[in-house]
Design a protein. Structure first.
Length: 323
């Protein structure tokens, strides 16, 4: 049995894919399979992948379906005891797999976090989000459950690549990524985190996260429309699993803030459509049993945003009323 399945979805990644693959093949830990999902690339990505002749590489080619579908398809065929994810423009430290695996096995965890470090044009720098600063030293060197972090789960990094997962656990809870949208990490993370019973952290930088002009979260553009649907999926997950009442104060704030900040930061030509998506979502909420929670649980800034969207017929009226 393979110990780790590393899942690497790729789409038009010719600039960086070689380094990503080499960072896996050069690991100090060797008992792994690398499942590369070519998600309909149209550049030379596939040719670069094909140059590698390592028998641990398993290549899946599919029409372009997005990262959620690519990861789901890889999970269906993964054989490792544990699963790790790598994005095609990032890379692992040399002992990432070894360190993550031994920690997960030692503490018998469902999910183990490790630190990520940012890389931007030769500059390497840390931030609190990826350094797991939400977890103080009392969480180190032991397993814990989500019940120990009730007030801080929305301060955690949702990035799927920052963890190692027990594959049998993922299968047992039918963990899947939403397909056809960006920001698919977010609903996946919260579902898996709150289903976990044994979680641990490693305060070491095992993953290099490259920031560049084409990276998904670097530029605020049309993909941020998907923050609305991702928030809707997240809301359903909390409701369907009986977590809503416990977490609703922070959940509703989190759900509102993603699209709110996207609307603020999007280019002007995209703002009207983003507003329409948010308004459609809020109209559905208006006619649901959760409307009172939004008006009563949200803080003043988010409540005003919520109500201003509802009372405005379009983005231009909203923008004028907000000034």
């Amino acid at each position: 049995m393979t110990k780790i399945s590393v899942i690497l979805p790729v789409y038009n990644s010719q600039k960086f894919i070689k380094q990503a693959i080499e960072s896996v093949l050069g690991q100090t830990f060797t008992d792994f399979e690398l499942i590369i999902v070519n998600d309909g690339s149209t550049d030379s990505t596939l040719e670069i992948i094909s140059d590698f002749k390592d028998k641990r590489i398993r290549l899946i080619s599919q029409q372009n379906q997005g990262p959620g579908a690519a990861r789901n398809n890889a999970l269906k065929v993964a054989e490792g005891d544990y699963v790790m994810f790598l994005d095609s423009d990032d890379w692992y430290s040399k002992d990432a797999l070894e360190t993550a695996y031994h920690e997960a096995v030692r503490l018998n965890t469902d999910m183990t976090f490790f630190q990520m470090i940012n890389y931007n044009d030769g500059e390497v720098y840390e931030n609190d989000w990826f350094d797991l600063k939400t977890f103080d030293e009392s969480f180190e060197d032991r397993a814990f459950g989500p019940d120990e972090t009730p007030g801080s789960i929305f301060d955690l990094s949702v990035g799927v690549c920052q963890k190692i997962y027990n594959r049998k656990f993922l299968n047992s809870i039918d963990a899947q990524f939403p397909e056809g949208i960006f920001f698919e990490d977010m609903p996946f993370f919260y579902y898996v985190y709150l289903k976990s019973r044994r979680i641990s952290i490693i305060k070491r930088h095992l993953y290099y996260r490259r920031k560049h002009d084409e990276s998904i979260t670097h530029i605020v553009d049309a993909k941020f429309f998907d923050t609305v649907e991702a928030g809707q999926i997240l809301m359903r997950i909390f409701i369907e699993n009986g977590w809503y009442e416990q977490y609703k104060f922070d959940l509703l704030a989190y759900k509102v803030n993603g699209p709110r900040f996207a609307l603020r930061d999007l280019p002007d030509d995209l703002k009207p459509h983003m507003f329409d998506l948010i308004k459609e979502d809020y109209e559905q909420i208006r006619h649901s049993q959760y409307f009172d929670d939004f008006t009563n649980q949200l803080g003043p800034v988010k409540r005003k945003f919520f109500l201003d969207v509802l009372k405005s017929k379009d983005y231009y009226e909203f923008a004028n009323s907000s000034n």
